[in-house]
Design a protein around this ligand. Structure first.
Ligand code: URA
Length: 426
């Protein structure tokens, strides 16, 4: 007989109480083992969403999720380990240039990534557009590559925080994803279990992000930074703007192409700015403050690390990437300046074109996506191209066109420039 019942734990939180360590340990473990039913965990997740959790409750909940699976030991890796996590956005391909860049500067980046769901893309989906590249590595392959190359981007194994995998799927279908204690513990349990020594969080704010307001993003960032500290992982967070897509490319293969441009020393200014800002934070957190990521981009060391990283996972960095058969160009209907480009609308349009998935079992289209031809602040004339919709099948275009209609706002005068990095928490 267990000392607890799920109903007592649900009632305690429903009535605004603070769960004890023993209650948290029990309910997370029992849910992972199937002893607490989905409907009971759904009720508890909703009670947490409505009532919140104290800092000690969140720390214990996170520890229980870590304890539900294995915790990787990276102590055999000679270089300092440091990872980055983004809360997800539109056109957010930063992991692709950032991981080899930090490796080229002396860090080891153990990037265990996921696939996209809904309007935000997934790093693994993007990389899988490279012929031959494989996301699944054994723990031994992962450790070997991390030690030898300093850069690994691969799928998180089933054994890492299994409580989170089960709970996240449940939250997705019960309207409980938005609870800050649950988001923070979900992200941090996976990152802490992965074994990284330091972590930089890119917490996105704006229409294309989970967090629509700076206040919510700040609370999430503070909660995660504190959790990192409690668990011995040096953690800092940047709040960054996600009201506009990052860069010009939104999709899979198109984002790989843009990332390679950044690694070649070019690419859109905002992608370069954020890549460098996060690289500096990661190198500082890893105890490598004298490394010069700008030089590593300029002199080709980051590109060399990229090519080695892609080859190590079976990919051919020189192979042509898939291209779309169907391309529709959307034109400006007025003269003026691009005032804003709505990240959410562009993200949904890319998803409708096939770049993203509605259910986690769905395949993605590698060449599909949106390619912007203008950025906020650019002058524009009526009839000039604003963006391209790319798809494998023409039938995908009309729904994407509807979603993207109105995403680009044109005004008679130039808009004020918005900072990309809004705040640093750490
Ligand atoms: N990403 C995660 O990994 N978990 C959440 O709860 C939300 C975003």
């Amino acid at each position: 007989m267990s000392a607890f019942t799920a109903v007592d734990v649900i009632r305690a939180k429903r009535d605004g109480g603070v769960l004890t360590d023993a209650q948290i340990d029990w309910v997370v473990d029992a849910y992972t083992r199937g002893l607490v039913a989905d409907e009971q965990m759904s009720a508890l997740a909703m009670a947490i969403l409505l009532r919140g959790m104290s800092a000690p409750e969140i720390a214990r909940w996170t520890a229980a999720m870590i304890a539900s699976g294995e915790r990787l030991d990276l102590s055999t890796v000679a270089r300092p380990t440091v990872d980055k996590h983004s809360t997800g956005g539109v056109g957010d391909k930063i992991t692709l240039p950032l991981t080899p860049l930090v490796a080229a500067c002396g860090g080891a980046v153990p990037q265990l990534s996921g696939r996209g769901l809904g309007h935000t893309g997934g790093t693994l989906d993007k990389l899988e557009s490279i012929p031959g590249w494989r996301a699944a590595l054994t723990n031994d392959e992962f450790l070997r590559q991390l030690g030898e190359v300093g850069a690994v981007i691969c799928a998180a194994g089933e054994a890492l925080a299994p409580a989170d995998r089960k709970l996240y799927a449940l939250r997705d279908v019960t309207g409980t994803v938005e609870a800050i204690p649950l988001i923070a513990s979900s992200i941090m349990s996976k990152k802490i279990a992965e074994g990284t020594g330091a972590l930089v969080l890119d917490v996105k704010v704006g229409s294309g992000a989970f967090m629509k307001s700076t206040e919510d993003a700040r609370e999430l960032a503070r909660t995660m930074v504190e959790l990192g500290g409690t668990h011995g992982v040096r953690t800092v967070a940047l709040l960054t703007d996600m009201s506009t897509p990052l860069g010009l490319a939104v999709g899979n293969a198109v984002e790989v192409t843009e990332s390679v441009e950044v690694l070649a020393g070019g690419g859109p200014a905002d992608v370069v700015e954020l890549t460098l800002a996060l690289a500096r934070e990661m190198l500082d957190a890893a105890g490598l403050p004298d490394a010069d990521p700008e030089a590593a981009l300029r002199d080709g060391r980051a590109m060399d690390a990229w090519r080695t990283m892609i080859r190590a996972q079976g990919g051919d960095p020189d192979a042509p990437l898939p291209t779309a058969h169907e391309v529709e160009v959307v034109h400006a209907d007025a003269d003026g300046f691009v005032a804003s480009i709505d990240a959410y609308a562009i993200g949904v349009a890319a998803w409708r074109l096939g770049a993203g998935r509605a259910r986690k079992e769905d395949p993605v289209s590698f060449p599909a996506g949106v390619v912007l031809r203008k950025r906020p602040g650019d002058p524009v004339r009526a009839g000039e191209p604003l963006f391209e919709l790319r798809a494998e099948h023409a039938g995908r275009i009309p729904a994407a066109r509807d979603e993207a209609a109105g995403a680009v706002r044109i005004s008679p005068s130039a808009p004020a420039a918005k900072p990309l990095v809004i705040e640093r928490i750490g």
